[in-house]
Write a protein that binds this ligand. Structure first.
Ligand code: SF4
Length: 176
């Protein structure tokens, strides 16, 4: 098994994972249009959270950062009870735990890795923005904030796209 496949296997075995698959991320995967969605601020996170625009920097910065990694994998986790605000909040906290587990799994097998998550950071009840982040080590920027479009990534990775799932990605370099 290649080192890259070993990471994907470890991600699949991480607690809470529904699916995980290898993904080739290219410069063309990054879209400025995602910022238009953020500007509509339906989630209420724009300008209010360190994990979201404008605090995260430009799409072009994320393009350069993400394509600097050798490999990537998309992962998902499914949650029940997302039919009301409390259920959705609980699911998002659950996905934070999944992202932490993926980060731990990747860190053990790679020389460098980065986990991207879904939506704004939910680590604190209310984000400290614009005061300094309270837990920068627990801050995961979302796929969308980086300029990536989940639907097209999931289709390319051969993963199902369901409304009861959150999606994240891990980018990594194999250990030399
Ligand atoms: S860890 Fe807390 S302060 Fe930092 S981005 Fe997340 S919610 Fe905001």
């Amino acid at each position: 098994m290649s080192a890259a496949d070993a990471v994907i296997q470890a991600v699949r075995a991480a607690p809470g994972i529904f699916q995980a698959a290898a993904l080739k991320i290219t410069p063309d995967d990054f879209h400025e249009e995602t910022r238009e969605w953020c500007l509509r601020n339906i989630c209420g996170c724009y300008g209010r959270c360190w994990s979201c625009p404008p605090a995260v920097g430009s799409v072009e910065q994320w393009r350069q950062k993400c394509i600097s990694y050798e490999h990537a994998a998309l992962f998902s986790a499914r949650f029940t009870g997302m039919y009301d605000e409390a259920g959705a909040a609980e699911a998002r906290r659950g996905f934070l735990k999944v992202c932490r587990a993926v980060r731990t799994a990747a860190a053990a097998l790679t020389s460098r890795s980065l986990v991207l998550s879904a939506g704004g950071c939910v680590r604190c009840g209310k984000c400290a923005y614009p005061q300094p982040c309270r837990f920068p080590g627990d801050l995961f920027v979302s796929l969308e904030a980086a300029g990536l479009v989940v639907g097209s990534l999931a289709a390319r990775a051969g993963m199902s796209r369901t409304s009861d799932a959150f999606y994240g990605a891990v980018l990594y370099d194999s250990k030399p």
